[in-house]
Design a protein around this ligand. Structure first.
Ligand code: GAR
Length: 223
């Protein structure tokens, strides 16, 4: 089975990259990372790529068009079929986004369209939401927009701070991103406007309440 060739763009820690590397270690997984590109030479994710024997590149040029041209060349050389942004924190050249339209995905640590941009976990706490989570979506020119492929909901706890919430969301990201890439690789995704239909997928038949209903029982016991 030919596996889908994925190029991953990073800027930092690379834990989502690591989750994709781990998924690809299973020969039955239908995608493999063939190149990793960072815009920052100090990105930890570069060492993760090196340990996995994946070719890695740094394009530090601050000029957006120059970055796009260099990235395009590397992605084409590696015969990349899908670009996955994994903690890539630069705004991409619009021409690059158009060129990879429907073939480039991103993961963001909120339930988009809530809390796009920087510090989404901080934004979630400030807004007082009871659930946040993460989203994998196709990339469009406006930042953190595009048809949504998959989401994971993560309950917010009363004593959460930004770090605690981010840590729990990150654990969900590491499950969600490999799933979304697999669905793409299996050709199951069909984009229809803003919506993505997933062949063979079922939504979980549950509603999750936060706080859990058990609290109401406790309150009535106390009363
Ligand atoms: C992740 O939480 C990812 O969702 C987020 O940056 C972090 C990167 O962590 N991305 C964005 O906020 C993009 N808008 P990682 O480098 O360990 O994967």
């Amino acid at each position: 089975m030919a596996r889908l060739k994925v190029g991953v763009l990073i800027s930092g820690r690379g834990s989502n990259l690591q989750a994709l590397i781990a998924a690809g270690a299973d020969p039955a997984y239908p995608a493999e990372i063939v190149t990793v590109i960072s815009n920052r030479p100090e990105a930890q994710g570069l060492a993760r790529a090196a340990s996995a024997g994946i070719p890695r590149h740094v394009i530090a040029d601050p000029d957006r068009a120059a970055f796009a041209a260099a990235a395009n060349r590397l992605l084409r050389e590696a015969q990349v079929e899908l670009v996955a942004l994994a903690g890539f924190m630069r705004i991409l050249d619009p021409g690059f986004v158009e060129a990879w339209s429907d073939r480039m995905i991103n993961i963001h640590p909120s339930l988009l369209p809530a809390f796009p941009g920087l510090h989404p976990q901080r934004q979630a706490l400030a807004a007082g939401v009871k659930f946040s989570g993460c989203t994998v979506h196709f990339v469009r020119v406006a930042v953190d927009t595009g048809p949504i492929i998959a989401q994971a909901a993560v309950p917010v706890e009363d004593d959460d701070d930004e770090d605690r919430l981010a840590t729990r969301i990150l654990a969900a990201e590491h499950r969600l991103y490999p799933l979304a890439v697999r669905l793409y690789a299996e050709g199951r995704l069909r984009i229809d406007g803003n919506r993505v239909a997933i062949a063979g997928a079922v939504a979980p038949k549950i509603e999750v309440l936060n706080p859990a209903e058990a609290l109401a029982d406790l309150a009535s016991d106390a009363g």
